[in-house]
Design a protein around this ligand. Structure first.
Ligand SMILES: [Zn+2]
Ligand SMILES: [Zn+2]
Length: 119
């Protein structure tokens, strides 16, 4: 793979934000992740910040039924309800949304369970 900015230079890494391949000169390391020096450093910093924060949120949430789990599940059920009332493609889309949110809620639940086991 070649650098996105330099056709003749081999890429050494991929930007975490825009997934472009970059050479040594175009890449910068931000908290252990790679980013485009010119355009994506700030985005990757923000991304890392959000990821770390949500990791901490999951870790520090007291009960196993935290708002993220309940919220996602409620959204899931809500979209299933909409899917039930709509027709055709729209109904399909609503079911997919519903499934997605249920999956997120399940995912959070499993992570929570694993973490409380480790404590
Ligand atoms: Zn980038
Ligand atoms: Zn380059």
């Amino acid at each position: 793979m070649k650098c996105y900015n330099h056709d003749d230079v081999d890429a050494v890494g991929i930007c975490k934000h825009c997934q472009k391949g970059l050479c040594k000169e175009c890449i910068e390391e931000v908290d252990g992740s790679l980013a485009c020096k010119v355009s994506c450093v700030e985005e990757v910093e923000t991304l890392n910040y959000i990821v770390n924060r949500s990791k901490n949120m999951v870790k520090h949430a007291g009960s196993q039924w935290n708002p993220a789990i309940i919220g996602s599940f409620v959204f899931g059920v809500f979209f299933f309800g909409l899917g039930f009332r709509s027709e055709g493609m729209l109904s399909m889309a609503m079911y997919i949304f519903g499934l997605g949110f249920c999956a997120i809620s399940l995912y959070y639940y499993i992570i929570k369970k694993r973490m409380s086991k480790q404590d």
